[in-house]
Design a protein around this ligand. Structure first.
Ligand SMILES: Cc1cc2nc3c(=O)[nH]c(=O)nc-3n(C[C@H](O)[C@H](O)[C@H](O)COP(=O)(O)O)c2cc1C
Length: 319
């Protein structure tokens, strides 16, 4: 069997060697992580919602210093739309020849699609809703990233999980589908491809990469996790959220700790940078239970690819 992604529509769009995306998680999708994923042939994605413009340019330069291969930029629609002046500046910056590939997330992509297309840039839209994915296809996006309800970062109570979502999506969409939610390795990637995806997008797996700037305790809590907990957050784009099942998370779920207006329900600075996993939610997907080691991001990309081909070969021989 030829082990090549030649003909894969996602790699044709991204210009990368592999159709494996690092999720553009706010605060971690910066130079070191994006550069490592890009250098390994994956689709590194830098987020643009949280940084001042000068810092964003510095992180962009850091990616470029670490990789001369393609990477993309992510537009988190609701966060950018809340500050129209900054949104305009970010759009100008992103579309000023910096990348051939952008993703938009969690909102109406028609807000940006004309400008993105006019700039000759390829765009994928991230959503958990199949109806929204169909509308995005009609509006002219080049691909969609579909999030199953086992994902990290936020999900709705009635969202379809990846297994049903991908099969339904395959029947309704013509553009390429990238799967997200519950995928950490080549097994998950092969399963997603069998169900209709042409690419995968991993969040929790890259949080537990060496290049993620969050504290080692956060990563270790995921590595050690045997169980996750699903909490009603009642936030606009985060109706429900998963976290490592810690005593703090259980107290938040019971309504006895934390404040729900904050997606991490506690002191995020202490959590992310001092490792206080008892002061806020250690957000993750169900995929946390599958992760047993922190690894360099490049190894995650390469091992996922080699395992994917092993699994595909095994499947083709299975009777
Ligand atoms: C702690 C955490 C924070 C996240 N933050 C964001 C974010 O800021 N923007 C975004 O587009 N997705 C975010 N996500 C969702 C990811 O893009 C991705 O869809 C999700 O992690 C997929 O599930 P997985 O973790 O099982 O791979 C986040 C996920 C996690 C676990």
């Amino acid at each position: 069997m030829t082990q090549s992604f030649e003909g894969n529509r996602v790699t044709e769009h991204t210009g990368t060697e592999f159709p494996i995306f690092q999720a553009p998680i706010g605060l971690i999708s910066r130079g070191a992580l994006v550069g490592a994923v890009s250098a390994a042939g994956g689709v590194g994605l830098m987020e643009t919602a949280h940084m001042p413009m000068e810092e964003m340019q510095a992180e962009f330069d850091l990616v470029r210093a670490r990789s001369n291969r393609p990477f993309g930029l992510h537009l988190m629609i609701p966060i950018l739309a809340a500050k129209p002046e900054r949104e305009a500046a970010v759009l100008d910056w992103v579309l000023d020849g910096r990348t051939r590939f952008v993703t938009t997330g969690y909102g109406d992509p028609t807000r940006h699609i004309k400008r993105i297309k006019d700039a000759g840039v390829t765009t994928y839209h991230l959503t958990d809703s199949l109806d929204e994915a169909v509308r995005a296809e009609d509006a002219g996006v080049d691909g969609v990233v579909l999030g199953g309800a086992e994902k990290g970062g936020g999900h709705s109570a009635n969202g379809l999980h990846t297994f049903a979502l991908l099969q339904k999506a395959r029947r309704r969409l013509s553009i390429p589908i990238v799967a997200t939610g519950g995928i950490v390795d080549g097994y998950g990637m092969a399963a997603a491809f069998a169900l209709g995806a042409e690419g995968v997008w991993m969040g929790t797996r890259f949080i537990t990469s060496a290049e993620c700037p969050w504290h080692d305790n956060y990563k270790q809590a995921i590595v050690d996790a045997e169980e996750v907990i699903d909490i009603d957050m009642d936030l606009p784009i985060i109706p429900r959220k998963r976290a490592v099942r810690t005593p703090f998370a259980e107290a938040v779920a019971r309504g006895e700790a934390g404040h729900r207006k904050n997606p991490y329900a506690g002191d995020t600075k202490r959590l992310f940078y001092e490792g206080a996993t008892d002061q806020a939610l250690v957000g993750c997907g169900e995929s946390a239970v599958l992760i047993d080691e922190v690894k360099p991001a490049g190894d995650i990309v390469r091992q996922t690819v080699s395992e994917f081909w092993e699994v595909v070969t095994q499947l083709s021989n299975r009777r």
